[in-house]
Design a protein around this ligand. Structure first.
Ligand code: GLC
Length: 448
């Protein structure tokens, strides 16, 4: 990597300052102005960064998140620890009304939906890099049952046909909130005005509306939250009573598969039986490979369970099964022919221009280098694909992603997402996982 020791030290210092600014004493907000609470998968990536230099914070981060775990095992996508957060946020606790569910904790305010399950992966990472190994082992023992309950919730409540694939029921559950992946589903919902509860957006106060979702999409997001709260967050009712958004998502299932593989390792560390985790991971891997692979498009695509049809959208997430070792070598080679092309800015050699990897095919008619999830580069997606490509031996492509993780904050600052053509930073400022994953790669190891 072409970075001098001086530049490396300076960059590490700036990245740590971002995390310091967002640390609230027991957890880290993604960004103070735009996201002033604790987000589930952000905290997992943030813990990955802390694990390189601060074992205490790495452990506290997920401890704080799991303190708000529901009694049915769900880990909420946002925990509203501080009711008096600096910025106004919508939808906040008064809109979610999680007290309607008998499973919601009395001790915490939170949302009632989830985000991708990267937590076991982060706990394993924390253990591996911990200077104080006995304490790290105690931490693994403490988190292990909570992680089991979390994964059990997903397989129990979100896999109605016992396929080994779980569904998400809101775009926010995907972590890729405004991806074109959801367009076919949201369009099909065709909401009438009277179906949408009154509300006022807060997300466009701190960030340019041109970088945020459209109002019509936001109406669908709010309709769905209302649908869930009316059913008291009862997963069985939400499924049976016609939730219009039920998607078996590639990224979510891939991360669950990888998390189960990592649970097997955590189990071995504490003397528990790893076999059930290995079996569940293998089942999910086969289901992803059998049901979500799109041979003609050369990537994995989501499946819309409500409409019973695939969602053939060329999103970068369609390559993430590399992170869980799901495709065989021949399939991976086929994926690379597309992933390593100018479509995602990850071609090697002469053809390369700009910064990999765009979150959406650059030649798609509705590609945008600027709008949230419709083209910009996201650091955590690069990090997942970097590890995936590395494991398959595609060193040159992995290294291009690693360089982008390091270069983008230098060009575009510690922003939430970046223009794949120019490197300009967009979205929230002083953004935590951009800093955390940069720290992780600067510490150099290529294994998770
Ligand atoms: C945005 C992202 C989501 C993230 C959240 C907080 O909503 O799409 O993945 O968790 O911001 O950073």
């Amino acid at each position: 990597m072409n970075i001098s020791p001086g530049d490396r030290a300076e960059l590490l210092g700036r990245a740590r300052a971002v995390l310091d600014a967002n640390w609230r004493g027991s957890f880290t907000v993604p960004a103070l102005r735009q996201y002033p609470y604790q987000w589930s998968w952000d905290s997992a990536f943030i813990a990955v960064g802390y694990s390189r230099f601060d074992q205490h914070r790495a452990e506290e981060e997920l401890r704080a998140l799991f303190a708000a775990q529901w009694s049915d095992g769900r880990v909420p996508h946002i925990v509203f620890h501080e009711a008096d957060a600096a910025a106004p946020y919508f939808p906040g606790p008064a809109f979610w009304q999680i007290e309607r569910s008998p499973h919601a904790p009395a001790s915490h305010h939170s949302t009632g939906i989830v985000q991708p399950p990267v937590h076991a992966t982060a706990v394993l990472h924390t253990y591996r890099h911990a200077p104080d190994q006995p304490r790290a082992l105690a931490y693994v023992s403490e988190l292990f049952p909570k992680l089991c309950a979390w994964h059990d919730f997903l397989y129990r409540e979100r896999d109605p046909h016992g396929e080994g694939l779980v569904y998400i029921c809101h775009p926010w559950e995907s972590g890729q909130d405004n991806s074109p992946l959801w367009d076919p589903v949201l369009t099909r919902m065709a909401l009438r005005p009277e179906q949408i509860p009154p509300y006022q957006r807060a997300d466009t106060r701190a960030v340019d509306p041109a970088e945020r979702p459209l109002d019509a999409d936001y109406d669908c997001y709010i309709f769905l939250v209302d649908f869930f709260r009316q059913r008291n967050y009862d997963e069985g009712r939400i499924y049976r009573e016609g939730c219009p958004f039920l998607v078996q998502d590639v990224l979510f299932n891939t991360l669950l598969c990888r998390a189960e593989q990592d649970m097997a390792e955590l189990a071995e560390l504490i003397g528990a039986d790893p076999e059930p985790f290995k079996a569940r991971a293998a089942r999910t891997a086969s289901a992803i490979d059998a049901k979500l692979w799109d041979e003609s498009r050369r990537l994995y695509v989501d499946y819309d369970l409500a409409a019973r049809m695939p969602v053939p959208v060329p999103a970068l997430a369609g390559f993430t099964p590399l992170f869980a070792g799901i495709p065989d070598a021949a399939r991976a080679e086929r994926m690379l022919a597309y992933l390593g092309s100018p479509a995602f800015g990850l071609s090697t050699g002469e053809e390369r221009s700009g910064f990999p990897a765009s979150s959406y095919d650059r030649f798609a008619p509705d590609y945008s280098p600027r709008r949230y999830w419709r083209g910009p580069v996201w650091i955590q997606m690069n990090w997942l694909l970097m590890h995936g490509l590395q494991a398959y031996g595609y060193d040159e492509h992995a290294s291009a992603l690693r360089s982008a993780i390091i270069d983008l904050p230098r060009v575009g600052d510690f922003r939430e997402y970046f223009n794949p053509e120019t490197g300009a930073g967009y979205g929230a400022e002083v953004f935590s996982w951009t800093a955390a994953l940069l720290i992780d790669v600067l510490y150099g190891e290529q294994t998770v």
